[in-house]
Design a protein. Structure first.
Length: 368
């Protein structure tokens, strides 16, 4: 399956009392389906998946896939602390119709546990009915032999690269390295993992739902999504025409701030956190890059940088703290831009008045 372009990380809406607000999730997914994004990632860290019960996780997965357009690649983030718990969610996601699953390493595993990590992901891939995307959250995943082994598995099609991986240490000292050295090594190691994927005649991803229901007649933008009131009817035709394309081990950047740099190094797309609040702005960076206009791409990347820092933190900051605080900023950004954000789930807190004002100023130039 093709992993190329912008993938939107969904937030999970809650009522004021902490209950799931599934109608707002349906609304957001419907609106996101009208954007140029290639697909969506459900229950990543931006979706506060760790705060959900098993029943709530199933409800969110069912609701999101039911509201998504057929042509969007839908990825379910299903990583859990044990192989058994993860496989239960993998099987449910496949039955629900997801195109792929994303799996992170268990949080309490040490980076040095390479054999256990390799076994964990290989066992999931061996039994998964759908392709697997590795969430590259541990330093050990930057060891070339581990990545190379996983990249060679026919069911592991790519990785979401986390920029925050810790730099290596030598005799207790942090060794200064390029912030993209890990990504470069990941892409180089996986370069030989070539495979054929099915794509449309315009080289877009082909999803299982697209094959089942037909292909939309073309790309479109809803006038309603731009603030108007008109509606657009999109006819669906059967007999989807496809072709094949050769790809390598596909790597998606995990940062809005540096996604353009990552694409220049060989990444095939991104899951930028800011895209949940400003999908169009992030998609414009990708489109300028694909059009071969580096000056325009750099200009559009700079437009999203300040807002991305409020959501992701800055280089050198504590990534965990940045993500936790960033969820509140991201959700408020969704509210500002026509999507439903609401409050994060307790014990995470919402933004203060000053923080809201800062988010409003920063996002003012990124409105849809």
């Amino acid at each position: 399956m093709l992993l190329e372009g912008i993938f939107l990380p969904l937030t999970t809406p809650f009522h004021a009392d902490g209950r799931l607000f599934l109608r707002k999730l349906e609304y957001n997914v419907g609106r996101y389906s009208l954007t140029p994004a290639a697909g969506m990632v459900v229950l990543g860290r931006e979706g506060e998946g760790d705060s959900l019960t098993d029943r709530e996780t199933v409800e969110v997965l069912k609701t999101a896939i039911g509201a998504a357009a057929d042509e969007k690649v839908m990825i379910a983030n299903v990583g859990r602390e044990s192989l058994a718990a993860t496989m239960e969610l993998v099987e449910f996601a496949a039955e629900a119709g997801y195109d792929a699953v994303a799996v992170r390493p268990p949080w309490d595993w040490m980076a040095s546990m390479e054999a256990e990590l390799d076994l964990y992901f290989r066992a999931i891939a061996d039994h998964s009915p759908v392709p697997v995307v590795v969430v590259n959250d541990l330093k050990s995943f930057h060891h070339s032999h581990v990545v190379g082994q996983l990249a060679g598995h026919p069911q592991i099609i790519g990785a979401i690269h986390a920029e925050h991986a810790a730099p290596p240490r030598l005799k207790g000292l942090v060794v200064p390295i390029s912030p993209h050295r890990h990504l470069t090594g990941l892409i180089e190691v996986a370069a030989e993992a070539r495979r054929e994927v099915t794509v449309t005649t315009t080289f877009a991803a082909v999803t299982g739902r697209m094959l089942k229901h037909g292909e939309p007649s073309g790309n479109f933008v809803s006038a309603a999504s731009l603030g108007g009131t008109a509606t657009v009817t999109v006819p669906v035709v059967s007999g989807l025409k496809t072709r094949t394309r050769k790809v390598g081990f596909q790597v998606l950047a995990g940062s809005s701030r540096t996604m353009l740099d990552c694409w220049g190094l060989g990444a095939t797309g991104a899951v930028p956190r800011l895209a949940a609040a400003a999908p169009q702005a992030c998609c414009e960076v990708w489109q300028a890059f694909k059009d071969g206009d580096p000056a325009l791409a750099a200009e559009k990347q700079e437009r999203v940088r300040l807002a991305a820092e409020l959501v992701e933190g800055t280089a050198g900051s504590s990534e965990t703290i940045a993500v936790r605080r960033g969820i509140a900023a991201l959700k408020y950004g969704c509210d500002l831009n026509g999507y439903y954000g609401g409050h994060p789930r307790l014990p995470l807190l919402g933004l203060t008045g000053d923080q809201r004002a800062e988010m409003e100023r920063t996002l003012s130039g990124l409105r849809n």
